[in-house]
Write a protein that binds this ligand. Structure first.
Ligand code: PXG
Length: 435
């Protein structure tokens, strides 16, 4: 290792540990990465929950290359290019009926802040500017911008950064190991956690609340699958009180739970869907927000030459991202990837739950092609046992992700059964060695 690692301040990384023993990928194809010393590593987390069609898909690679040569950039304000409209149409065909307007950003974090701003502005343009409160959930992850960490519920992501947005409150998370541990698929117990929203309505008065944002399946805080009936109950309470419901589908979008969006898997339609990651198969940074027609239309008043929504990014609907997005959605359609998790989830669940009974395994959670294996922490050293398992798996040629003492698995949706076996068997060995 001759390269100087000094200048790069790495995101969400233990920088000093990493630089002592770096882990570098230099190539990726299909289900695999290759390290700088030539080892093949099975990708158990789709890059970072984003490479849903697997790596280096030729159609996507070619679309990006051609677009870069044809038109590298076009301004997105007061100008546009054809692929932006085409991608919005293609996305709107995948979202639940009614969510047919799409705004583009460059990341999940930007999409979250965009959705929150849309919600506030929507109420205001309708003469309900008193609806200013935003409600998130404990253990929620909505990216790292100020809006997202304000409604988010990951303590480490918040505590260093001051007072956050004013007027934000949180409902409880749904993790209830006493009643639900080792649930296969959706847990039985906990729909009543949604009633926290009623309590907040009683406390603040519903007329002050603009929106509620939740991940249908909480990803970053350890794969928390919604209890049966929970999301339906949230929807009912929002409807009753005129509150917008936002699903953050940055992780669950584009096939992870067996449908294009988790909204379809769980049969609950939000008012706004936040997306990113799988939108471009992780190839070019891009995010988006899909909204109901009625939300969009509420802005379309006033003189026609005036801007209706004062928001956007220099790289909103970037040509390379749109080209990648279109090729990605074509690839998903061609390979049937957005519903492939339905065929594999039984096999995946069985493999994952075979880890029950191993030392220190205290819970296993799954839905579609996402799984979480929770371990008891080493005494006095939270997150260390899982991190050791992560390093061990990496040495054995498998990339997993850990958050706290939970192992998260979310492989590319092209994964084959033998690769599920390899993934789970490698995790099994590492858990045994970490005991
Ligand atoms: N919302 C959700 C639900 C996410 O999972 C974001 C927003 C932010 O997206 P950007 O593109 O701004 O990073 C995310 C991101 C992990 C992990 O290990 C997950 C994410 C990011 C980093 C790590 O669980 N998801």
């Amino acid at each position: 290792m001759t390269q100087d690692l000094d200048a790069y301040w790495m995101p969400f990384t233990a920088n000093r540990q990493f630089k002592k023993s770096p882990r570098l990928f230099v190539k990726a194809s299909g289900m695999h990465f290759w390290t700088d010393d030539g080892r093949q590593v099975l990708d158990g987390i789709a890059g970072l929950w984003c490479v849903n069609a697997g790596h280096a898909r030729p159609r996507i690679v070619q679309a990006i290359a051609e677009q870069a040569a044809e038109m590298d950039y076009a301004p997105p304000f007061q100008m546009a290019h054809p692929k932006a409209f085409a991608l919005a149409e293609a996305v709107a065909r995948l979202t639940p009926a009614g969510l047919n307007k799409v705004f583009f950003t460059n990341s999940g974090s930007e999409s979250v802040d965009t959705a929150l701003k849309m919600a506030l502005a929507y109420h205001r343009v309708r003469g309900e500017g008193h609806r200013t409160r935003l409600i998130g959930r404990e253990r929620g992850y909505h990216g790292v911008n100020f809006g997202g960490i304000s409604v988010g519920g990951m303590v480490a992501n918040r505590k260093m950064f001051g007072a956050m947005l004013a007027g934000v409150d949180h409902i409880r998370h749904t993790h209830d190991p006493a009643r639900n541990s080792f649930s296969v698929g959706q847990p039985e117990h906990g729909a009543e956690f949604a009633d926290d929203l009623e309590k907040l309505c009683a406390l603040h008065d519903p007329s002050t609340i603009a929106a509620v944002i939740v991940e249908p399946v909480a990803g970053s805080t350890g794969v928390l699958v919604p209890p049966k009936g929970y999301l339906n109950r949230l929807r009912e309470i929002c409807d009753k009180h005129g509150i917008l419901l936002i699903f953050d589908e940055v992780i669950t979008g584009f096939g992870r739970t067996g449908n294009p969006f988790a909204a379809q898997t769980f049969g609950v339609t939000p008012d706004l869907i936040v997306m990113a990651k799988g939108l471009t198969n992780g190839c070019v940074p891009m995010g988006g927000v899909a909204v109901k027609q009625s939300i969009h239309d509420a802005f379309m008043t006033g003189p026609e030459h005036l801007i209706e929504f004062f928001h956007g990014y220099t790289y909103s609907s970037h040509p390379l991202a749109c080209a990648a997005g279109l090729a990605t959605l074509e690839t998903y359609a061609e390979d049937g990837l957005l519903t492939r998790a339905q065929q594999l989830q039984g096999y995946f669940a069985e493999a994952l739950h075979s880890l029950k009974g191993l030392p220190n395994v205290i819970d296993i959670r799954n839905i579609g092609l996402v799984g979480g294996v929770e371990l008891s922490a080493l005494p006095g050293e939270p997150a260390k046992r899982a991190f050791n398992i992560f390093l061990d798996c990496y040495e054995k040629g498998v990339l997993i992700r850990t958050t706290g003492d939970t192992i998260a698995l979310s492989p590319p949706l092209i994964i084959e059964r033998e690769q599920i076996d390899q993934l789970v068997d490698t995790v099994r060995g590492a858990i045994q060695r970490a005991a």
